[in-house]
Design a protein around this ligand. Structure first.
Ligand SMILES: [Zn+2]
Length: 247
């Protein structure tokens, strides 16, 4: 089967959305309950795609308290992308937890320092420092170079990858729902399929099995979202917040 990456965020107990990661409606839509995530893992095991990468954004503490142990029960390891300015804050991983995840065989990567609202709009120097300082901080914690990263908020442009490449990042995950691999100045750029709260196990299983319908549905939604982001910019963010507050 073809390599494929799936993007999760926090996994929480029984709807306790504030327990891990960023707070607010925009973050909550990506948080799954442990019970539902367990069903996802069972469904993924049944598919048996050994090329599957399970990634977890933001650096919420659930990576350590919930996710890692669940993955290990299946003999799997996760990709954890950490917002380094948040390290040690309530709801986020501590340096010791990050170190232990690394020692247990999980992959540790950067999710920028500050999780800018729009990474693609950040000036070049700031973009470079977001990647350089975050990978440097993580490298100091795990004791070896960190060459993995994911783009915060899905705001990817080629420039974001160029800055990543210049900062020594060799593999960069985006939020674009694609299995296609690109290379930008030596940095491998990989898409991911997102999982939101409320998506049943048929979603990751269907994606991992290479079924086209869930892929097409995500690709279509992505196109609509990208158009809104491009045309609206701030308006997109405000509208998104406004819509999320109503549900
Ligand atoms: Zn994020």
């Amino acid at each position: 089967m073809k390599p494929l990456a799936i993007m999760y965020h926090d996994i929480v107990e029984e709807g306790n959305l504030a327990a891990s990661g960023f707070s607010g409606a925009g973050a909550d839509i990506y948080k799954l309950d442990r019970r539902d995530f367990a069903k996802h893992l069972e469904a993924l095991r049944a598919v048996g795609n050994t090329e599957l990468r399970l990634t977890f954004d933001d650096g919420g503490v659930s990576a350590y308290t919930v996710v890692a142990g669940m993955l290990e029960q299946f003999g799997w390891r996760g990709y954890f992308f950490i917002t380094t300015d948040r390290i040690g804050q309530p709801g986020f991983l501590s340096p010791q937890q990050i170190r232990e995840l690394n020692e247990r065989g999980h992959k540790i990567g950067s999710h920028s320092c500050s999780h800018p609202a729009r990474m693609s709009h950040v000036p070049w120097e700031k973009l470079l420092s977001e990647w350089e300082l975050s990978t440097g901080r993580l490298a100091a914690i795990v004791g070896r170079p960190v060459k993995l990263a994911s783009v915060p908020g899905g705001y990817y442009t080629r420039r974001v990858a160029e800055a990543a490449a210049q900062s020594g990042i060799e593999t960069l995950f985006t939020s674009e729902p694609t299995a296609r691999v690109r290379v930008v100045n030596g940095c491998q750029v990989l898409g991911r399929y997102v999982i939101r709260r409320g998506m049943g196990p048929e979603w990751p299983a269907g994606l991992a099995a290479g079924k086209l319908l869930p892929r097409f549905r995500q690709a279509l939604l992505w196109k609509i979202k990208s158009a809104a982001k491009g045309a609206g910019g701030d308006l997109y963010l405000r509208t998104r917040e406004a819509i999320l507050k109503k549900v």
